[in-house]
Design a protein around this ligand. Structure first.
Ligand code: KG4
Ligand code: ZN
Length: 357
């Protein structure tokens, strides 16, 4: 029996320092040996968002022991690692540089290949850690930094069907939360407030609802909420605004996902139709039930990776590393950190696409 590849993944593109060790079984299905994630939420809370310099400093303080912990918890020795895969972009350059430099140095020290990973490709392949899913599949990535519909067609092969042209969906949740006086990251709190409110109370705009294919836009929503929030006096009005905001998001996702289904099916003979929903916002129960229902009605299988693999993590980076390692797609040590790195090189440049701010 041949030795199975052992891949170390490292992630530091934003405010999570993470490392993970993965391998595969005899059938070639991935096995997560360890998945260590250290979040910086506490550090950034008082600033209401991620402060790049503080984030980078925290990555530097933690990266050594996080990587060590991932190797120890994985029950392996450093010299058994076959390749080191680090996120090289997109993300905050000062943050990316920490995990990228660490990964390059470690691969040199153990004399094993180095693999530079696109963070978005990590999210795109994350369902492969838990499901035997075949290409192509449709992906909706909704997090604090990204909002995209992608056709995942193979390793390194992506077609962007739609993207936000301004704010990411998680960002819209967080900004709304801030306007309602909720601490960062407020997305999960909005869901709780919304459950107590009347979603019909406030009429909010739905930017590019009837145009732009399955592209998304949330900036106008934030401006409307800013105006209304100034006149809010009671707790109930706060709940009503949160509920109206969430309802508007559901209407937008309902409409845009239907368009994404049509776009995805174009020019393809599909044996099965799989729709993966990833990113931190995929934890929202109202969004989950909307998309599950929509999938049922359109003969799609809905797939939600487990919560710990939905947000930023290093197992998904190791997953891309594993696929690239098997194809001998190694990278040179001069591979740069790329703050902007869209998955679909042919897609038109849109401000909010492929960038994590
Ligand atoms: O993927 P993630 O963990 O980190 C990145 O941004 O990459 O996503 C975090 C985002 C935050 O904006 C957070 O407010 C949002 O996901 N989020 C939610 C919920 N849980 C997390 N938004 C709405 N409802 C939730 N339940
Ligand atoms: Zn992410």
């Amino acid at each position: 029996m041949s030795k199975k590849p052992l891949i170390l993944g490292i992630e530091s593109s934003c405010d999570e320092t993470a490392a993970s060790l993965i391998t595969e079984n005899n059938e070639g299905f991935p096995i997560i040996l360890s998945n260590i994630i250290s979040s910086q939420e506490e550090i950034h809370r008082e600033f209401g968002g991620v402060v790049p310099e503080l984030a980078a400093r925290s990555h530097m303080e933690k990266i050594d022991w996080i990587v060590k912990k991932a190797i120890d918890e994985g029950g392996r020795k450093i010299e058994e690692i076959d390749a080191v895969a680090s996120t090289a972009g997109p993300g905050l350059i000062v943050c990316l540089s920490v995990g990228l430099s660490f990964g390059k140095a470690l691969s040199t020290a153990i004399n094993k290949p180095f693999i530079a990973v696109n963070h978005l490709e990590g999210h795109a392949l994350s369902p492969k850690l838990n499901y035997k899913i075949k290409y192509p599949y449709l992906l909706l990535l909704i997090s604090g930094g990204h909002s995209q519909y992608l056709s995942v067609e193979g390793l390194g092969q992506y077609k962007r069907l739609g993207t936000t042209i301004d704010d990411a969906l998680g960002e819209a949740f967080d900004k709304t939360a801030k306007l309602l006086g909720v601490e960062f990251p407020g997305g999960p709190q909005i869901e709780i407030l919304a459950s107590k409110g009347n979603s019909k109370k406030y009429k909010l705009p739905r930017p590019i609802f009837n145009k732009g294919g399955c592209n998304l836009s949330f900036a106008g929503l934030k401006t409307a909420i800013l105006k209304i929030s100034k006149s809010i006096k009671t707790k109930q009005e706060k709940f009503d605004l949160a509920a109206s905001f969430q309802k508007t998001i559901l209407e937008i996702l309902n409409k845009k996902t239907k368009i994404a289904f049509e776009e995805f099916e174009k020019k393809k003979k599909l044996k099965e139709k799989n729709f993966v929903i990833a990113g931190g916002v995929a934890a929202n129960k109202a969004i989950r039930s909307l998309l599950i229902d929509l999938c049922k009605r359109n003969n799609y299988q809905s797939i939600f990776p487990p919560i710990e693999l939905c947000g930023d993590n290093a197992a998904m980076i190791a997953m891309v590393g594993l696929e690239k390692f098997k194809k001998k797609q190694y990278d040179n040590l001069d591979h740069p950190a790329k703050p902007r790195w869209p998955l679909d090189k042919d897609a038109a440049f849109l401000k909010g696409a492929g960038v994590k701010l």
